[in-house]
Design a protein around this ligand. Structure first.
Ligand code: UGA
Length: 445
């Protein structure tokens, strides 16, 4: 069995990045997706989303023939020895996750394995709640193939920890590899697969049960979300006290190695396709077990309210917002991506529009996505300068580097009333205070 022949199911941001990175290390990778349009796009060297460094790698692996895409799951499974399931697990209206795509791929794998004589390793990389790999994937594959898990085929759960915008870096410089295994043979095979991929740079590998691996993924995202909600709550408290600055508080506690400084940047809240979905899914999962997740609920509640702090600040500065012209700098849920899923900018812009403000928006890469969300409700600017021109207030919503270079004089020159709400703490208060009207998250004046 040649563990260098790999199929990756689901060519979204996780699957495609992973597939291309494997291919760039000489693995022979077949990417599988049901979306023909996407397959054509990728086969022609185009990445359907913004991810730094990925286009160059795609060109390379298409050129050297290590990567190809197809919607033919049959050949993909027969021509590979290991299949990674990387399909999405979107939220259902009640906050629990929809497992239909995981089930579809399990069905494909089970159907083909019925006719495949060789051992095949199945690895779930999609974010799934505890029990899914054992009770859904294993059962579907066993049922359709008539074969036995742990004997004819292997099964692992191997969560991913990629951040959008630095996904390529995160794959090559992973902090750890978590291997949830159905049996030790499956775990041994996946461990040697990763030793092969990382070579002398293999990160620590933790081998455990399928359920632990599934829960580690949720625990990881929920913990990071908790850190941010914690510092955001502290930021809100700071705003009621003179001479305080949440940035200094974060620095002070971050110097304690038990706390660690990362993910303590206070702001307008966390968004994206992962934290909101995963925190909510863990809450729903716990509730279904009849456990009330008090802390997780609070983490979410702080975050639900945090974007509106910017709107409240605008009201304090301007009084009624009706007919006030407000500039929004940054729309993506974080810098380095065009992704606006659950971006806090959506809540802020919608609330401002509801209050009758005239909103002008600008983002270096997310404008196409913004148009789909805001339609004709806002004005779209081509640059940050054009965005702030003639405005009564400017809110920094996403901390893109290009905004950090904006000097107070620029706001004074172009705005009607130079008021800046620093929602991501990108400016030095000592340079802004006294030159423009400056208020910032977590700055107690
Ligand atoms: C997150 C995790 O960081 C990844 O490890 C995980 O693999 C991924 O979810 C996933 O589950 O797929 P991502 O959603 O790309 O990655 O974004 P992060 O960089 O974690 O940022 C999430 C949100 O938190 C953003 O809105 C960001 O602006 C916000 N944030 C982050 C803060 O407000 N403050 C911080 O200090 C850090």
């Amino acid at each position: 069995m040649n563990m260098r022949n790999v199929s990756v199911f689901g060519l979204g941001y996780v699957g495609l990045t992973f597939a291309i990175c494997l291919a760039s290390k000489g693995f022979n990778v077949i990417g599988v997706d049901v979306d023909k349009f996407k397959i054509d796009l990728i086969s022609n060297g185009k990445i359907p989303f913004h991810e730094p460094g990925l286009n160059e790698l795609l060109d390379e692996v298409l050129r050297n023939g290590n990567f190809r895409c197809t919607d033919n799951y049959w050949t993909a499974i027969t021509e590979s020895s290991i299949s990674f399931i990387c399909v999405g697990t979107p939220s259902k209206p009640d906050g629990s996750i929809d497992l239909k795509y995981v089930k579809n791929v399990s069905t494909d794998v089970g159907t083909v394995l019925k006719y495949k004589d060789m051992y095949h390793l199945i690895v779930v990389r999609s974010t799934v709640t505890p029990g899914t790999t054992r009770n859904l994937v294993r059962k579907v594959v066993e049922h359709l193939s008539g074969k036995k898990c742990g004997f004819h085929f292997g099964l692992c759960m191997n969560p991913e920890f990629l951040r959008e915008g630095s996904a390529v870096h995160d794959i090559f410089h992973s902090d750890r590899v978590i291997i949830g295994e159905f049996d030790s043979k499956s775990g041994d095979l996946l461990e040697s697969f990763y030793s092969n991929f990382y070579g002398s740079h293999t990160p620590p590998i933790l081998r455990t049960s399928l359920e632990n691996a599934e829960l580690i993924k949720y625990a990881n995202n929920a913990f990071l979300a908790m850190k941010i909600s914690f510092i955001n709550e502290l930021a809100n408290i700071c705003e009621y006290i003179g001479n305080t600055d949440v940035k200094v508080i974060a620095k002070g506690i971050g110097l304690d190695h038990r706390v660690n400084p990362s993910f303590l940047n206070a702001g307008l809240g966390w968004g994206g396709s992962c934290f909101p979905k995963d925190v909510q899914a863990l809450i729903s999962f716990a509730k279904n077990l009849n456990y009330d997740p008090i802390l997780l609920n609070a983490v979410k509640k702080v975050n639900d309210l945090q974007p509106y702090r910017a709107v409240d600040m605008a009201k304090k500065l301007l009084g009624k917002l009706k007919n006030k012209k407000i500039a929004i700098l940054g729309l993506a849920f974080k810098p380095g991506t065009d992704d606006m899923r659950n971006a806090v900018s959506i809540k802020i812009v919608n609330r401002l529009v509801e209050e009758g403000a005239r909103v002008v928006v600008y983002d270096p890469v997310a404008m196409d996505n913004a148009r789909k969300i805001f339609g004709n409700n806002v004005v779209y600017a081509d640059s940050s300068i054009q965005c702030i021109k003639g405005c009564d207030c400017c809110i920094i919503v996403t901390e893109w580097d290009e905004f950090r270079y904006l000097k107070p004089e620029v706001f004074v020159k172009y705005m009607r009333f130079p008021a800046v709400i620093d929602g991501r703490r990108i400016f030095d208060p000592s340079k802004f205070l006294g030159r423009v009207k400056y208020v910032a998250i977590g700055l107690g004046l």
